[in-house]
Design a protein. Structure first.
Length: 152
């Protein structure tokens, strides 16, 4: 893992896929505060987290907050839909105005490079849906906010 991340200097070095499969360079978010979160549509934490994310974004987007949501199906298969189904669900039910990216793995050998990088800085595996990484406007990882594990 170290060798594939050796040229990475910051979050802004990554290119990710949007929900339609198009490349998005994270450098477009330079100077913004980023909340990077792995999301799921069928988790017991879905309603509370998506509601809070929408409220947070509405309150702080004009002050430079960007929420980057990455659907992930690694935790009890709680994000089984296609990228289009996921985006429709989130935008219709929760009125999300922030980007919903293409579905990714956050753990294991197939984890998205962005998540490998985040975990290399923070040092922990992602334990559940809605784990959040807060990156300040100077591109410094401020905190990893672990989602609580919902067992039912």
């Amino acid at each position: 893992m170290a060798s594939e991340l050796s040229s990475v200097q910051s979050i802004h070095d990554f290119t990710v896929k949007d929900g339609k499969g198009n490349d998005v360079e994270l450098s477009k978010y330079k100077g913004k505060v980023l909340l990077i979160v792995n999301v799921a549509s069928q988790c017991g934490l879905t309603t509370s987290n998506y509601t809070e994310l929408a409220e947070l974004y509405k309150k702080y987007k004009d002050q430079g907050l960007e929420i980057l949501a990455f659907p992930c199906n690694q935790f009890n298969g709680q994000e089984p839909g296609t990228n289009e189904e996921i985006e429709n669900f989130v935008c219709t039910r929760f009125k999300a105005e922030y980007p919903i990216f293409s579905k990714v793995d956050v753990n294991g050998s197939d984890a998205a490079p962005l998540y490998k990088y985040l975990k290399s800085v923070e040092g922990d595996e992602i334990e559940w849906n809605f784990a959040k990484f807060l990156v300040d406007k100077d591109d410094k990882l401020v905190e990893q906010l672990l989602a609580c594990h919902h067992t039912s």
